[in-house]
Every structure is written in C-alpha cells, then in structure tokens.
Design a protein around this ligand. Sequence first.
Ligand code: TLP
Length: 346
Amino acid sequence: MRIVDLRSDTLTRPTAAMRAAMAAAEVGDDVYGEDPTVRRLEHMAAALSGKAAALFVASGTMANLVSQLAYCGRGDELILGDQSHVFYYEQGGCAAVGGIHPRTVPTQPDGTLDLAAVEAAVRGDDIHFPVSRLLILENTHNRCNGTPLNVAYMQRAGTLARRCGLKLHVDGARLFNAAVALGVPAAALAAPADSVAFCLSKGLAAPVGSLVCGSVAFIARARRMRKQIGGGMRQAGVLAAAGIVALEEMVARLAEDHQNARDLACALALTDGLRLDPDRVYTNIVFFDVVHPALTAAALAAKLDARGVRVLALGPRSLRAVTHYHITADDIAWTIDTIRSVLGAC
Ligand code: TLP
C-alpha cells in the first residue's frame, strides 16, 4: 500500500551519501575531544551560526536542556512562550533536572512573544522573587505553523534581553527552514542570541543529532552539562559524518518542502470539512482543523491512516502535516485526493 507519512520531518531517513560518509568516518573518543569528525561538524556549525563554538548532542531536547543548565542554577527563572516546544514537549526537563522555574508568557499566533509582556515578566530585585536569567525563543515555531521569526524581531528581542540582564537562547530546531524561508543566512537569525540550537535529524534528514552554538565559555559549560546528563557519546563521528552531509547538501532543498507544504495548505483550505489559512504557512508545517460535524481530529487521522496518509491529531479538532525530504509533489497531490475522498465519504 502507498504510504505518505506526514507526521513529522523527524521521520526522514539518511541519504545514500550520509550512509557512505558514516561508513567511512574517521573516529576517536569524543569525550576526550579526539573525534575528528565531530570536531569538524562542530566547527561547521559554529561557522554557519556565526558563533565562536559548538557542541554536538544527541537531540534537540538535549540541546535545549544543556543550554538551560548552562545558564541557570536551581531556583533561577526562565521566561518562555506557553506554546514553546521547551515548555510543551520536553517533560519539564528544566524543572525536573535543573530545578529551574519556568515562567510562561503567551505565544502569539506568529510564534513571537510580545516583548512588552516579556519585559513585564522580568523579576525585580526583591528577596521574595526568583532571579530571571534566561529568555527562550523558538525559530521556526513548531506549534504556530512553523512560522519563522524574522531578523528584525530577533534583534529587538536580543536588545531587550541585554537590557534586562537576560541571556537569549533560540530553540532553532528548524533554524535552516527559517533561514531558507526568509532568504537570510542562519547566522543573521542567530546573531542577536547568546546561543542557538538546531537539529540535523529533522528536515536535514540526518539520522541523529543536534548542535548547540554559542561562546567558547558557554559551550565549555554546556559540554560539562552534556556529560552530567549522560550525553557524552564516544565514537560519535559515525553520526557526525551524516550531519556534515546534512549541512552541506540538504539545506537549500528545504525550499521544496516549503512549496509542497504551501500546495497542500492551499488545497486543504478549499476542501469542505477542513479549515486553515494557507497564507500562514511559510515553511514545512501545516496545521489544519477538521470542522466536519461527524469527525474529530483523531477520527479523521485514523481514517486517513487506513488509506495510507499519516498525519498527527494534536488537539480535538487540530491536525498537523509536515513535509520533508521523502515527500514529493506527487505525494502531495495524492494526499489531497485521499483527504477529499475520505471527507466526501463521511
Ligand atoms: N519536535 C517533534 C516532536 O517532539 C513534537 C516534532 O515532531 O515536531 N524543538 C522543536 C521546535 C521541535 O520541534 C523539536 C522536536 C525539538 C525541539 C526536540 O527535538 P528532539 O526530538 O530531537 O529531541
């Protein structure tokens, strides 16, 4: 049966070039700093993000966690959006592992935080209060249709963070999607931040891995935190080799994923029983609501699954489809036909 799996771009499998690079990778013990392939990947990541240093970690969740641990001690406060991945999907790692107190402000529909609300959330110098240390932004914003945060906004956020004595960390799991969609270098989006994390294992199709990028001192601290939570990876060059191919070969083609997402969104917007605004789809993530009276999101996802189209039900009426390397324009056309046929039969 034909399967078009749109549940996530994390489903991407390594390319032939990645597998070849993995097989040939020169390796060493990375906990001793002796894996040449990991070092090369970290240098590439630092250069691409415009930061002085970088650290290879197992996942986006680990990248965000070591960053929070590097900046904050127990009882310190961290400001982040209520729809952010760190707050929503990372098991409260900051609190569970680091004793860090998360303070949310509402995420706006375009993935930004109202900077006046951020400023109002920064604590004053009062013996009753935790100390505000860190602001986290997400670019692109997963739960807000994969919307990219632009350079001007990032600069305003960076200025505010500095003025308020906060560090700024960017969860850029899909930073290169943002850069490609906006037509700017990733480094321009990262410049106002103290640190940025990005993933190799999503649209860039590497099997495993994320990078955290920042100053030399920050990365040294993050490296300690990675070891503390068990993330030292030894001959990780076999994984880093795929990551190098991802950065060299897979960034520019993200534009195809964005076009496919937009084509999907435009067609779904014209489909009875569904609701979405295609003008809010900028990258590879399409959220849509089912408004058909006889269907919930879970019921529609199950019916589509039976026909080979996989999407995620993420709320009572809300579904998510993510385009990626293995999804062709023909897959999108077939998906649209299948969704219309399933809805037509309800
Ligand atoms: N997102 C996954 C799920 O966890 C929801 C997905 O399928 O989209 N930051 C952002 C913005 C992310 O979207 C994700 C993964 C992460 C961090 C965590 O990355 P991993 O899965 O590598 O820990």
